[in-house]
Design a protein around this ligand. Structure first.
Ligand code: PMV
Length: 322
C-alpha cells in the first residue's frame, strides 16, 4: 500500500478577479487534509471516496477531472490495476479547493505506489489538467496552493510568489453547509463582464486593488482593522458580482455582529464557506459558538503568520471585562 496527502486551501482575497488576471492571496488550509491510499486489486482499477465507489470507468461527471488524471498517470507509470481510496474530512465543493487537493493526493499516492518520482512541476500539470475539467476556466490558484503548500500571491500567467506574514492573525472559517457552485458562478461573472464591461470590469480591478492592500498589510504590521475593512469591501463587490448568497451573508452578518474586523465569502461562493478576521483566539472561540448557533454546518479556527499579533483594538476592551 502507498499513501498520498494534500492540504486544502483558503483564498483570503481575490477570488473571481483572479480569473481575469488580478492578484489573489491563498493559504494552505491545514485543518483540512486529504489522504489517499493505493492498494493492489484484481482485474479493474477501482476508485472509492465519500462520493462514489466503483470502477474507474463508471465515475460520475463530478469526478471526471480526477478520472482523466488517474487514466493519464496509469498510462504513464501503471503496471497493474489498483484500488484508489480517498479518505477525506474536507467538505467537497465548499470553496476550500477540495477538487485540487483530492487530485494532488491521488497523484502523490499513485506515484508512491508505483515507486516513481513526482516533481512539483509534474504534479502541478496533472492537478491543473484535472481542475480544467472540474471547473471549466480555473485560474490555477487552487492547484498552485495545494501543490506548493505555501501562502501564495498569484496572478494568472504572470506571477507566483510565496508570501511571508510577520504577524499571527486569527481567522474563523465557517461552512454554510451548502455546496458552492464555482463553475456556474465563474461562468456567470464572465457573462456579466461581457454584457456590461463598463460596469463590471472596474469591480474586478477594485478586487485586485483590495488584494494589493491586504498584501501590504500582511507583509507589514498587519493592522487588523485595515485588513478587515478590505475584506468587507471585497464582500460588497462579490455580492455585486452575484457570487454571494443569503446563506453566506447570514454568517457574515453574525461574524460582524460578534466583533469580527471583517468577513467575506471564500472561494467560488453561492454557498460554500465564509472567512472572518478576529483579533484573538478567545474572540475566535466565541465567534465559532455564535456561527454554530446561527446554523453553520462546520467551523474552524485558523491562524496565518508566525508572529504573536493580538490586536489591541476593539476586542481587548472586551477581554478586560473577563
Ligand atoms: O471554489 P474554489 O475553492 O474552487 O475557488 C474558486 C476560485 C475562483 O477564483 C472563483 C475560480 C478560480 O479558478 O480562480
Amino acid at each position: 500500500m502507498a499513501t498520498g496527502r494534500a492540504t486544502a486551501k483558503l483564498i483570503l482575497c481575490g477570488e473571481h478577479a483572479v480569473v481575469y488576471g488580478e492578484p489573489a492571496i491563498a493559504v494552505p488550509f491545514s485543518q483540512a487534509v486529504i489522504e489517499t491510499e493505493v492498494l493492489p486489486t484484481k482485474q479493474k482499477t477501482k476508485f472509492s471516496s465519500a462520493f462514489f465507489t466503483g470502477d474507474l470507468d463508471n465515475m460520475p461527471p463530478i469526478l471526471f477531472g480526477i478520472k482523466e488524471m488517474v487514466e493519464a498517470i496509469l498510462k504513464d507509470i501503471g503496471t497493474e490495476p489498483v484500488l484508489i481510496r480517498v479518505l477525506t474530512e474536507i467538505p467537497i465543493g465548499r470553496g476550500l479547493g477540495s477538487s485540487a487537493a483530492v487530485a494532488a493526493s491521488v497523484a502523490r499516492a499513485l506515484f508512491a505506489y508505483f515507486k516513481q518520482e513526482l516533481t512539483d512541476e509534474t504534479l502541478l500539470e496533472f492537478v491543473n489538467q484535472s481542475e480544467k475539467l472540474a471547473h471549466g476556466n480555473p485560474s490555477g490558484i487552487d492547484a498552485v496552493t495545494v501543490v506548493t503548500e505555501k501562502p501564495v500571491w498569484f496572478q494568472r500567467d504572470l506571477s507566483l510568489e510565496t508570501m511571508h506574514f510577520h504577524e499571527k492573525l486569527f481567522l474563523v472559517v465557517a461552512d454554510t453547509g451548502i455546496p458552492s457552485e464555482t463553475r456556474a458562478a465563474v461562468a456567470d461573472v464572465g457573462r456579466l463582464i461581457e454584457a456590461q464591461p463598463e460596469k463590471f470590469k472596474p469591480m474586478i480591478h477594485d478586487l485586485g486593488n483590495i488584494s494589493r492592500e491586504i498584501r501590504k498589510q500582511l507583509e507589514g504590521a498587519a493592522d487588523i482593522q485595515q485588513v478587515g475593512k478590505a475584506m468587507n469591501a471585497a464582500q460588497v463587490i462579490l455580492e455585486e458580482l452575484t457570487v454571494s448568497d443569503s446563506s453566506l451573508e447570514k454568517l457574515i452578518r453574525v461574524a460582524l455582529q460578534n466583533g469580527a474586523a471583517g468577513a467575506k465569502l471564500t472561494g467560488g461562493g453561492r454557498g460554500g464557506c465564509m472567512v472572518a478576521l478576529v483579533s484573538s483566539k478567545k474572540q475566535a472561540e466565541s465567534l465559532v459558538k455564535a456561527l454554530h448557533a446561527a446554523g453553520a454546518s462546520e467551523e474552524w479556527i485558523f491562524t496565518i503568520g508566525e508572529g504573536t499579533h493580538e490586536s489591541n483594538s476593539g476586542s481587548s476592551h472586551q477581554y478586560s471585562a473577563y
